[in-house]
Design a protein around this ligand. Structure first.
Ligand code: ZN
Length: 667
């Protein structure tokens, strides 16, 4: 599970220029965090501080792992839609070979489309999932690119492949989603296929059925899984990944980590889901190394049924100093579990092995690039988590880059209700943002348990939203707890107010800036934030806990009673945990549909108008650093250098050329 930009809008993006006087005086920092901007996107860079200080062995290990991370890029493009690789290739060729005026209106629109396609790993918006609308003409493309009629139809016909992931209630979510996870099967057929697998398989320790395959109907009507393995679908990419994992293996930090690599390789070669679980267990128990990595089919947000996992990779190393903070939380995990407002029967008697650390990302790949997470909690298998715990990370150098880039955006001034709220956020925002992420990842997702016999997928399309709400509520509830002051994690008992202001403001109004007028809220993390904020608003109405203040035609969110708001968060946490623990689909559906989907069009328009005046890109993503291995005459690596001067288009074109691993059609 990942925490995607969950907290960015809360304080950092709200920070007005020059106001952040409460933190340490900035040392001379000439690093350029912000890069180019296009469409609704702002490109950033992150700094891998401390890489130079690693040992040669660690640097070499990272070098091969980052190669393995880059070799999977094409897999995600194909998972996101079966025409993506073809369209990318056609457009890149046209882009490179274009010999006309590069300031020409059509060319600029075409270039923007291509940059968006790279960013989304496909032709659908990375967040909203809707297909891009080209702002150049079909005629222009046909004249300047080697584009087939088939591809032109996919690009220009608004009725084809409208949404990458469709979660609209009442529709066939499989048939109406443009992703490439299912071929010719209906939602009912897919659900029946996996329900049968589940009912016949291990009930105690069920593997994550369907996570590494495409489900296809053959010509004679049989439904089969096409596995993503070294000899199966995506084999040419997986072989390159495996090759680099094997090159990395001798430089692993300990024997256990070598075992992790061996199991991952075995799984890539066979596609055996039990091997994947073994790998996950070995990985979660491998807590000592400084350098760590994720590489594989991990998250299921791209599948409306939540079964198929998109490919991603991150290579990272621990930020030892910052990790002291999360270690404090995880060493008190049992206390947090015991004292939560959740009913006793849904609590874990023994919270197992939650390891939490702050890391520095060294490379981002697949579904973590360029749009990324700021926190990750893995593995996703429920029984592995219950029996072996999970690893939770906060990605410190990415949060840092977001914060640096967001200063001076004007968001705080525009949307904060008053000076008091601004002061609170300026004073405490950075601290509570980080802490919210830590609590969400290392305690929230790890808390609670399913009752015996409850199917972990019983919440179906509402599962991701409910799970994210559970983790966020856990964080929100405890941010206001005196325990955090006692542990020295917050400076005083007022600090939590910054996160409460952020949560309510974001959930009720500011996150709407990321949605087009007339659209619903779709993405799980956004639904979760709307659910929490609107539920608290509605249920606090009798006591006037939260007010929507109108001033000069502008809407503001004002919290009148912070203590009561905490009680409301606690109440909702208890209910959401009950829903999760008992698999109460109807209740999940009602909560999400009532609070988390629809938007008041009048309010939406007002927020969009106000936001537009600030001229900020609502989404951000990262350009990767470049790692160069220096070798002696025998080919041994003698040093690895990291540089930050590659441009966005340059990087994308290089990746397509050097790490283009798949044929354009994968069937
Ligand atoms: Zn999460």
């Amino acid at each position: 599970m990942k925490n995607k930009l969950a907290t960015i809008m809360i304080s950092a993006a709200f920070m007005a220029a020059g106001c952040n006087t409460s933190t340490q005086p900035a040392a001379e920092d000439t690093f350029e965090y912000t890069n180019e901007r296009f469409a609704d996107l702002q490109m950033l860079r992150y700094k891998v501080e401390g890489f130079e200080d690693l040992t040669l062995k660690q640097k070499t290990f990272i070098y091969y792992l980052q190669e393995a991370a880059l070799y999977g890029r094409d897999i995600l493009f194909d998972q996101n839609g079966k025409y993506n690789l073809r369209i990318r290739k056609m457009m890149e060729d046209a882009y490179v070979n274009y010999d006309g005026d590069r300031t020409d209106k059509d060319f600029v629109a075409f270039e923007t489309y291509l940059k968006r396609l790279w960013f989304s790993n496909g032709i659908h918006h990375h967040y909203g999932c809707e297909k891009f609308v080209p702002e150049f003409s079909r005629e222009w493309l046909m004249a300047h690119a080697d584009c087939s009629d088939e591809l032109a139809e996919v690009i220009f016909n608004p009725d084809i492949m409208q949404k990458r992931v469709n979660l609209a209630e009442g529709q066939d979510l499989v048939l109406t989603s443009a992703n490439n996870y299912y071929e010719g099967v209906t939602q009912a057929e897919a659900e029946a296929f996996y329900n049968q697998k589940k009912s016949q398989g291990d009930q105690q320790r069920p593997p994550m059925y369907g996570m590494n395959s495409r489900l296809s109907k053959t010509a004679d009507g049989k439904i089969v899984e096409k596995l993503w393995t070294a000899d199966g679908l995506y084999g040419s990419a997986i072989k390159k990944i495996v090759e680099n994992l094997k090159l990395a293996r001798p430089y692993a930090e300990d024997e256990q980590q070598q075992k992790v690599i061996d199991l991952l390789v075995a799984y890539y070669e066979t596609g055996d889901l039990h091997t994947f679980d073994e790998y996950s267990i070995a990985w979660v128990e491998n807590t000592e190394p400084l350098v760590d990595f994720v590489n594989g089919f991990i998250e299921c947000y791209g599948d409306p049924l939540g079964l198929k996992c998109s490919w991603e990779s991150i290579v990272n190393f621990k930020d030892v100093e910052a990790t002291k903070r999360t270690e404090l939380l995880s060493s008190n995990a049992q206390w947090f579990e015991d004292n939560s407002p959740v009913a006793l029967e849904f609590k874990k008697d023994k919270v197992k092995g939650i390891t939490a650390k702050v890391i520095k990302a060294a490379i981002l790949g697949g579904d973590l690039y360029p749009s990324t997470a700021i926190g990750i909690n893995l593995p996703n298998s429920n029984w592995v988590r219950a029996e072996h715990g999970s690893k939770s990370v906060t990605i410190g150098n990415l949060t840092e880059a977001y914060n640096k880039a967001a200063k001076g955006s004007g968001m705080l001034k525009e949307f904060a209700c008053g000076q008091e709220e601004m002061d609170i956020i300026e004073k405490y925002g950075d601290v509570t943002d980080d802490l919210h992420t830590d609590l969400h990842e290392c305690l929230g997702h790890g808390s609670g348990k399913l009752l015996p016999g409850v199917d972990p997928d019983s919440l179906k399309a509402y599962g991701s939203t409910i799970e994210e709400a559970r983790a966020d509520l856990f964080a929100l509830y405890y941010l206001a707890d005196p325990k955090l002051v006692e542990l020295g994690l917050v400076p005083d008992a007022e600090a939590y107010k910054a996160s409460y202001i952020g949560q309510m403001q974001n959930g009720l109004i500011t996150q709407l800036v990321r949605i087009n007028l007339g659209s619903d809220i779709e993405e799980a993390h956004m639904r979760n934030r709307a659910l929490i904020a609107r539920w608290a608003y509605e249920n606090g109405k009798a006591d006037n806990v939260i007010e929507m203040v109108k001033r000069d035609g502008k809407t503001y969110v004002k919290i009148n009673d912070y203590a009561k708001l905490r009680d409301l968060f606690g109440k909702l946490l208890a209910e959401i945990q009950r829903i999760k623990s008992t698999g109460d689909f109807k209740a999940a559906q009602a909560l999400v549909e009532d609070y988390a989907v629809k938007i008041d069009p009048e309010l939406h328009k007002e927020i969009l108008d106000r936001y537009k005046k600030l001229n900020i890109a609502p989404y951000k993503g990262f350009i990767n650093p470049v790692y160069t291995a220096e070798r002696d005459k025998d080919g041994n690596i003698t040093d690895v250098k990291v540089t930050y001067d590659e441009g966005y288009a340059q990087q994308m074109l290089r990746y397509s050329k050097d790490y283009g691993t798949l044929p354009l059609i994968n069937e």
